[in-house]
Design a protein around this ligand. Structure first.
Ligand code: AP5
Length: 214
């Protein structure tokens, strides 16, 4: 099963993608997580990506596209994969379509997670994530069982550097300008489905699973 997650920053793409990844046993590939891991390890890619990410800007396509194409060629992607945060621009989507088509494959589902902008800005202030396993929480709506500690691996949770309000506003404006056109791109391919980014997480995953399994 090949799935691409669409939606604004903070809509809930990562939250849903990690649950769907577990349900279908396919890798959850988040370009944001890959860049953050590279920043943590101070790699050359991390150093280049950091200056864009800290300002809420997109990392240039030339640093992003090959990375994703290499990742989806790995053995664990043979049964499928969930892309979260890629593509983010029409040229990225075209590069992905071409790479899949060269292998005789195509994207099967595009899941667009919808939440209003005003809710997103409030929500980002409460997001906490695990720097070790990537699990995502919210102080109010999805809190960990023990305050400040990851339920899954016991690591102290952190707040992302790009979650301060002015950076979130910048990310939202870039989303509307450069990423939102992807909704129509995948709608034209007849593979677009909407998810509510505001619903009960487990119920919404079950609802979309019925669509994917129909
Ligand atoms: P990335 O990490 O991809 O960030 P993003 O797209 O901005 O999305 P987020 O991870 O912020 O949010 P999300 O939609 O996954 O929401 P989440 O599930 O966490 O990218 C970061 C940066 O990397 C970019 O700005 C860019 O610089 C660079 N980058 C990455 N990919 C790139 C690319 N392809 N090209 C160029 N640059 C790239 O949920 C948010 C919060 O809401 C959480 O607290 C969660 O607990 C809560 N929540 C989720 N669902 C619900 C629900 N149903 N009800 C209540 N609360 C919920």
């Amino acid at each position: 099963m090949k799935i691409v997650m669409l939606g604004a920053p903070g809509a809930g793409k990562g939250t849903y993608a990690s649950r769907l990844s577990k349900r279908y046993g396919i890798p959850h590939i988040s370009t944001g997580d890959i860049f953050r891991e590279n920043i943590k390890n101070n790699t050359e890619l991390g150093q280049k990506a950091k200056k864009y990410m800290d300002e809420g800007l997109l990392v240039p396509d030339e640093l992003t596209c090959d990375l994703v194409m290499d990742r989806i060629s790995e053995d664990d992607c043979k049964k499928g994969f969930i892309l979260d945060g890629f593509p983010r621009t029409i040229p990225q989507a075209e590069a992905l379509t071409e790479a899949l088509s060269a292998r005789g494959e195509k994207m099967e589902y595009a899941l667009n997670v919808v939440v209003e902008d005003e809710k997103i800005v409030k929500r980002m202030a409460g997001r906490r994530s695990c720097p070790n396993c990537g699990a995502i929480y919210h102080l109010v709506t999805l809190p960990p069982k023990k305050e400040g500690i990851c339920d899954k691996c016991g690591t102290p949770l952190v707040q992302r550097a790009d979650d301060k309000e002015e950076t979130v506003l910048k990310r939202l404006s870039i989303y509307h300008e450069q990423t939102e056109p992807l909704i129509e791109y995948y709608n034209k391919q007849g593979i677009l489905h909407e998810m509510s980014g505001d619903a009960d997480v487990d119920k919404e995953v079950l609802r979309i699973a019925k669509v994917l399994e129909a």
